[in-house]
Design a protein around this ligand. Sequence first.
Ligand SMILES: [Fe+2]
Length: 361
Amino acid sequence: MRWMSAAGGGLALRRRGCLHGYVRARRGRKMPEFKEIERDWRSARAIHLPGMLLAAVPGFADAIADALQIMRRVRSGESCLDILDEPRYRQRLLPDFEMLAAVHSGHDPQELEKIAFDAVKSGELFAEDIWLKVSRLSFHEQDASIRFRFSYGMEMFKAQEDDPLRERLAAELAERVFPECGIVSEHAELTRLLHALLGFAPAFVERIIYSNAPEGGAQFHQDVEQGHHGVLYAQLYGRTAWLALPRDALLREMTAFVRDELAASGLAADEQWELRWLCAHPEALIAQLEAEDQGVVERLLNQTPAFTRRLVTRGWGRVLQPGDVLLLPQHAVDACCWHAVFCLDDEPGHALSFALARLVA
Ligand SMILES: [Fe+2]
């Protein structure tokens, strides 16, 4: 990804009311060699596999178009449960999943709807409390980004449940509602590559279907979770821009920015003072980065165009186009790939995000 001017045909990097600048995809995108993929995976760098899924997209074109319709209808205020209850969608579920009522988790203000399902086998209840949750990604009024997350059991205490059967069933449910999940799960070459990289054939779990919309995307975060080795993101429709780098590199970039570029950053004097103090105390900087409320670090990471520009010019940016895959290693809190996402189009897109897990039957 290159930093550009608007006049030079750059695409706006805009999120939640903040224009960060303009970028363009680099020309001549190539599939990396396996040894390069392996090296980057170990060092928690993002791995871009441009066009990996492109040949498979036509086979899933109807499912992708259908998903875009579901997303459009949910955005316009229709209930996802009512949509999935229509015969054409209900037949995707039956006889293996039974859709129950909408439930409310009560603790998540971004939740639009949460729908519970039972898994059924030979007419008998097989597993329960598998769910699909539809959420907004922010409260910014111009950001219409939504996501559909498939999981099971107690949301807040999932690590304690560790139920491979329901984990698999939640993944299967995602594939029934959004058959285009198969573009990843049935992709022989991608599956082989992941097997070689991880040393086992990963299950694609904790599936999320993302629809990033103009002004939307994700702020900087990591996705480290027990039992998950990383995240696979597949762009199916529309384009997204990513900033993605290992935590160590992010800390180094923050510190160098604060040392060299802070004066022209546009940050207030008290924010500059606080950032200087944090960068002089690396343990405190790490604690602030990992905190729920990141305070001034959140400002620097997500609302400081000069810092975004630094990351792009230092080579940490990627533009994802339909058919592209991005692998985000998540080995441990201190060895993971932090990432932030921007929507590059003037209409919402469609993408898949799967965690890579080793499931024991
Ligand atoms: Fe993520």
